[in-house]
Ligand binder design. Structure first.
Ligand code: PLP
Length: 448
């Protein structure tokens, strides 16, 4: 958070992470025990425990039973030559404004603030509001997103390299046009269906790649001659896998060797329930091979239809040459309103409210799930996002109870690519999505 002093555990986490990334602590090295580390630094064991848990969650270290914690970064990444901040070009190509409307539908939507901001946009901008915005988006929204990414995701990206689009789907379309339909695209299997549908609709070859317990594997990408891999490393949809740092580095090495690209879909990173947000691949990348994408569909409302992608410098130049003539599809009015919503601190407060609300909904949903679950391992990956996986045997009352309170249940098999071999052991696995649950009904059912 802007201006906020780091806690002790964050400082220790940062220090160990930097030591691992720079190679000062070698791959495979054993970390001091929590107690020894606490004594050495004169801090509490709980502080060390929190720092180690975060490193564990991000895959920098692994725990070995009755032995301790070991570094497992796979290889080190020198971070001391991150790209320098660029100047925003004076001129951006202009085209006609798009006047499509957008509606909101989320019950947590901050109607009064949004209405006030819309009024202030009209009153203050007057007829300027009718002028077209540049193809990449309204500069004030790009600046607001850039500042937000810096403080919330640790990403340094100049505003002009943030391309605003009408939803992630639109940006996927744009990316095929930008990178080329003659390339081979890869998507996660199981995964979010829309990207593969869009790549295929555009005439590109798109291969569904099975995941292991760490996500998509680099060997599969080499083996299948993939050029562009679309992944969700911070929290895979729908399995919830958080890709460890070693796997991220392997994929980045693949992209750099292959001259390929990674599309990093960070769609629900705002909803992490323990530890700090997992750092982005875009922030780690210094070879210009990662494209970062995020959306306001999860945090504001799906009907807002505003998302964005951050392009590496080389791709931004290509975008200007190849697609710089296209109008930005998001209405200027909504962009100005959203810009004020973010820069005025409302977005930050809105996310905190959402987190508070969903933390409660998550606890209730998990409580209900646990009450009727057959064993302790039936529920997995529930520490981020607004969904988790659960094994539900035939005859369980849970489907009916969940339906009663708006918790959506979908068989995991639905998320596999059409025609792919679905593993036999997932026939009773379901994705439990509580994004649109009725919290009050849920509490009643749980007897609270
Ligand atoms: C993995 C993933 N990415 C992105 C999105 C958001 O897409 P959009 O911005 O087009 O609404 C979703 C929404 O469900 C999603 O599940």
């Amino acid at each position: 958070m802007r201006g906020k002093k780091k806690s002790l555990y964050e400082q220790l986490y940062d220090e160990i992470k930097q030591d691992i990334l720079s190679g000062r602590i070698a791959d495979g090295a054993k970390l001091p025990s929590k107690r020894a580390q606490a004594e050495r630094l004169g801090i509490s064991v709980v502080t060390v425990e929190n720092a180690y848990s975060q490193l564990l969650a991000e895959g920098y270290i692994a725990a070995r039973e009755r032995s301790g914690y070991y570094v497992c970064a796979g290889e080190v990444l020198q971070q001391d030559h991150l790209p320098e901040q660029e100047e925003t070009p004076q001129e951006q190509p202009h085209v006609e404004a798009d006047r499509r409307d957008s509606a909101t539908s989320n019950s947590l939507f901050p109607f009064s603030v949004w209405t006030r901001l819309m009024r202030s946009v009209i009153l203050e901008k007057g007829s300027n509001i009718l002028a077209p915005v540049p193809p990449g988006g309204a500069p004030e929204l790009q600046r607001a997103i850039s500042a937000h990414l810096k403080s919330f995701r640790g990403i340094s990206v100049p505003p002009h390299r943030i391309i605003v689009g009408a939803g992630t789907e639109y940006l996927n379309n744009l990316l095929v046009q930008l990178l080329g339909k003659n390339l081979t695209y890869a998507t996660e299997n199981p995964g979010y269906h829309k990207p593969s549908q869009i790549y295929r609709l555009n005439g590109a070859l798109c291969l569904p790649i099975f995941l292991d317990e760490q996500g998509i594997c680099a060997e599969q990408l080499y083996y299948s001659n993939v050029d562009v891999a679309h992944i969700s490393p911070a929290h895979h949809f729908p399995t919830g896998i958080v890709m460890p740092i070693s796997r991220r580095l392997e994929l980045m090495k693949w992209a750099s060797r292959r001259n390929g690209y990674i599309i990093e879909d960070d769609y629900d990173s705002e909803f992490r329930w323990s530890g700090k947000p997992v750092p982005t691949m875009f922030g780690l990348d210094n070879s210009g091979r990662v494209i970062y994408m995020n959306t306001f569909s999860m945090t504001i409302a799906p009907s807002v239809r505003i998302s964005y992608m951050c392009l590496p410098a080389g791709l931004y130049d290509l975008w200007r040459k190849r697609l710089g003539f296209c109008s930005c599809p998001v209405p200027a009015f909504e962009q100005y309103t959203l810009a004020r919503f973010i820069s005025g601190g409302h977005f930050e407060r809105h996310i905190s409210r959402m987190r508070k609300y969903y933390r409660r909904v998550r606890e209730l949903t998990l409580g209900l799930a646990q009450h009727y679950s057959s064993c302790s391992s039936a529920i997995t990956e529930e520490n981020a996002g607004l969904h988790f996986l659960m094994k539900i045997p035939d005859g369980s009352p849970l489907p009916e109870l969940f339906a009663d309170c708006g918790v959506k249940l979908s068989p995991l098999s639905e998320f596999f690519d059409e025609g792919s071999d679905i593993p036999g052991d997932i026939s009773d696995s379901f994705v439990v999505n509580y994004a649109s649950a009725d919290a009050q009904r849920l509490a009643e059912i749980c007897g609270e």
